[in-house]
Write a protein that binds this ligand. Sequence first.
Ligand code: ADP
Length: 427
Amino acid sequence: EGERLYLGLDFGTSGARFAIIDRDGTVQAEAKREYPLYLSGELHDWVRSWKETLFSLLEDVPLDLRKHVVSISIDGTSATTIIVDSYTGEPLWRPFLYNESCSDALPLVKSIAPPNHTVCTGSSTLCKLVSWWNLVGSDKKPALLLHQADWLLWLLHGKLGVTDYNNALKVGYDPEVDSYPSWLVCQPYYHLLPSVLAPGTPIACLKDEIVNKYGFQKDCVVCTGTTDSIAAFLAARASQPGKAVTSLGSTLAIKLLSNTRIEDSRFGVYSHRLDDKWLVGGASNTGGAILRQLFTDDQLQKLSEQINPSQTSLLDYYPLPKAGERFPVADPNLAPRIHPRPENDVEYLHGILESIARIEAKAYGLLKELGASQVEEVFTAGGGAKNENWIKIRERVLGLPVSRANQTEAAYGAALLAKKGDQQNIF
Ligand code: ADP
């Protein structure tokens, strides 16, 4: 009866998931939903699609578990922005998607923000806000800006105008001093910005109507969330400084928990706050995309099994799907180097995988040079994580323990935030 369960929901780029964990972090239930397609005119009605998905996922939660859920949190795609009516919470405009660029706002944003600030890119939340502000002109209803996760959480708790400092980074929030910077406070749209809490902070109780309709617990709290990629990092439970997660998906993305904050726009390196630590990240264009150009997944698996990972490959490549690299080498014209190709495919793949491992080592080395904590252990996520010989090659090249992360689902990370919120529940 006294069982306490935590519900995390992830709204990613291709679909949404939930995970329910118990106090030990064991998964009690999980499920996935695709986003249903709703058209409004020619456009995809995303807001309706996300809302339906949220409530479908709540229905997917096994009935017998619902009454034990004491806390809920949600992660969403970073910089997905919804402008809502500040009285009703209803969207005033179609949402701006995470990857949408509002470069029309860029000159203005660049003129107010410090040079190279993270808002100085067309897809930043601030560019989206400024673009909307200029478009709508003087005929504005009282409005509020919310991120995707904030809006979905609002559907559950009903208290408007709250976000977390991870989602708020790309609108210009300064997580180091815990406030919006003065250059933002003096702008005419400042009053649209939500108030900011740490991820995993209780906002309010789950709405009565939802408690009653679905059979959740009456005292269930709803907590602030985070972005989908941070939630995926949290899932790996790399919670000490020096622990890192390498994602081997289409690209190679690294995230390192550090005691110090690092920003370097040349390399696209920036930091998110996680309580009293910093999550430092960077992404290289090498990774699975180029592997897929050279081999099928089936070939990758069979050839990899034949590699002797303790042997050093002398083949020196810089595998890229096309010219251009940002991190750990900042060179927009860097040419892919995947030749000469030996006749033996095992030997070739060995050289490619080892070269990618050297890029990974260089990436962690660069973070250290820029002032981050020394990496001590690497967990692996993404399609490349299942390649055990690659993991052994990477251990040798990095000189560090490397393993596959036990959990990589962002929904699991969101459930951990819900658990964190339960520990500081003051309601
Ligand atoms: P994303 O979500 O970024 O598209 P995934 O995490 O799904 O990527 O990973 C897909 C990538 O994993 C593909 O680009 C593929 O090249 C790579 N991959 C698949 N199988 C293997 C394997 N056995 N070894 C190394 N890489 C693999």
